[in-house]
Design a protein around this ligand. Structure first.
Ligand code: HEC
Length: 476
């Protein structure tokens, strides 16, 4: 047992030293992919549960599983780390979790788990916190590290604290639910684990409605890695056979659909602030771009994925809309053309969008999302008014696999206001070298082994630099 304790401390110390080796995001990104996770095998250290002080009659050491760690796992990890969840191993019982203690401490202290990418940096402190911020508090992070260093003690079952309820993921007061009619087969055991297919839903609204809540209902939790959501106003996707368009890459599969957000497993419903709701015109459809990730090794079927919506037919005080800003299409590209040479690291593309005067009395920002492909490593969105600069969102460790929507946690009156003439400035940074795991993966999928020159476009090996901004508009 002593041996295990020592080896865990040593491996944790080494691993922590590696993961803390500066703020270089690519260093920590690398550590996420050097993993035993794909196989579900625990790392070699800590292969036996630790004993506790039980036999001496002393009070169990803290932190321990039953009193400290289990509640945190329930609230922060188990939405994905559960049998049949998207993560490759469960963390919901002591038997499943203790062996992962060193790896968990490393992932948590490097800020990689739970996945959350809107991070404050020296150059970006957003004006408001984001709703449902998944990150652990500093003292909780310390607890995971101390637990790992003590070789993951279980504690005394008699001391177990009641587990908190996991965050409720169901949308309350749902008005309508639309479910996919067919099914999608995702091969198993292939070298490619990732598939992107689009689903089109008819929410069935019989007049224009105003949506203030929306939730993804995953049909197969082992498959659904992330979902991008679009509104298809022209209902072009109504033509898709069985409501499915296979292999639609990162987009919506139709022209002119509006990106309204991203969702990851365990994600809570997207709910607009009080008095804000998004217009869904009669006939408009919802499109999901489904990222299926099949790490199970066996063929899998998605059946029953759907969308839950809550709406009202009454015009709200503020109408929520989404505006895409950036490349392609929305704003002015500084330093045109958009071109990321093969082998370039730290390459920057910048977009500026000047807010037009639409004659509206009030515009406020309630949600932010951003989008690049696999070459992107950092993205920052700022709002500029004269010399005043407000950073709205930065994702300094961009990861194509973890796109989501960030909603400011505030009442509508406290949200950042936008005035005509304000500038929205978007800075996208790219690393087009093999040191970027995203590039290495995308090249491997395309059967290439060297970085390519990258242009603006929709394909996996093209790039984008887009921010999706949720704007609450007071219409009169
Ligand atoms: C939103 C889903 C989600 C949540 C929440 C989450 N994880 Fe994970 N975790 C994953 C997935 C998926 C992987 C597999 C690797 C990947 O895709 O990044 C993973 C991998 C890991 C790994 C292995 C990393 C490696 O590469 O060796 C550890 C350890 C881990 N998670 C611990 C945790 C802990 C501890 C928590 C809570 C504090 C947590 N995770 C919360 C989805 C999640």
């Amino acid at each position: 047992m002593m041996f295990h304790v020592r080896s865990s401390i040593a491996s944790l110390a080494v691993a922590l030293a590696v993961s803390c080796a500066g703020d270089d995001p690519s260093a920590t990104q690398g550590s996420a992919s050097t993993s035993d996770a794909a196989t579900g095998d625990a790392p070699a250290s800590a292969t036996e549960p630790a004993t506790t002080g039980a036999d001496t009659g002393a009070a169990a050491a803290r932190p321990n599983w039953v009193q400290d760690i289990a509640p945190l796992m329930t609230t922060h990890c188990v939405s994905c780390h559960i049998e049949g969840g998207i993560a490759p191993f469960a963390l919901d019982t002591y038997e499943a979790a203790y062996q992962w203690a060193p790896a968990a401490a490393v992932q948590i202290s490097a800020g990689l788990m739970p996945p959350w990418h809107a991070i404050e940096t020296e150059e970006c402190q957003p004006p408001l916190a984001f709703k449902h911020d998944a990150r652990l508090a500093p003292e909780q992070i310390t607890m995971f590290i101390d637990w790992a260093i003590a070789n993951a003690p279980e504690g005394e079952p008699a001391d177990a604290v009641p587990l908190p309820d996991p965050p409720a993921v169901d949308l309350v007061d749902t008005t309508a639910t639309a479910t996919m009619s067919g099914s999608i087969e995702v091969p198993g055991g292939a070298s490619t684990l990732d598939y992107f297919h689009c689903l089109s839903f008819d929410p069935g609204q019989t007049s224009d409605v105003y949506v203030d809540g929306l939730q993804v209902i995953p049909g197969n939790r082992e498959l659904v890695h992330h979902v991008l959501m679009f509104v298809d106003e022209s209902a072009e996707s109504a033509d898709w056979e069985g409501g499915v368009l296979e292999d639609c890459n990162g987009g919506s599969g139709v022209s002119g659909a509006l990106l309204i957000g991203g969702w990851v497993p365990g994600g809570l419903p997207i709910e607009t602030p009080a008095e804000v709701a998004m217009r869904l015109p009669v006939g408009a459809r919802i499109i999901f771009n489904m990222h299926y990730h099949n790490a199970t090794g066996a063929p899998q079927t998605d059946q029953g994925t759907g969308v839950a919506l809550r709406w009202s037919t009454t015009l709200p005080r503020y109408v929520g809309t989404f505006q895409l800003v950036g490349a392609p299409g929305a704003g002015d590209l500084l330093d045109a053309p958009f071109f990321i040479p093969a082998g370039a690291d730290g390459h920057i593309e910048r977009m500026r969008y000047v807010v037009p005067d639409l004659g509206l009395p009030e515009l406020r920002l309630f949600a932010m999302s951003n989008h690049m492909h696999r070459v992107g490593v950092d993205m920052k969105v700022t709002l500029q008014r004269g010399d005043d600069v407000t950073c709205l969102l930065q994702t300094p460790r961009w990861d194509f696999n973890w796109q989501r929507q960030y909603l400011y946690d505030a009442e509508v009156e406290a949200l950042p206001e936008v005035l005509p003439g304000d500038i929205i400035d978007i800075r996208c940074t790219y690393d087009n070298t093999l040191a970027n795991p995203g590039v290495a993966e995308a090249l491997a999928e395309a059967g290439l082994d060297q970085p390519q020159d990258v242009l603006l476009g929709e394909e996996t090996l093209d790039e984008m630099c887009l921010a999706g901004i949720g704007v609450a508009v007071r219409p009169f």
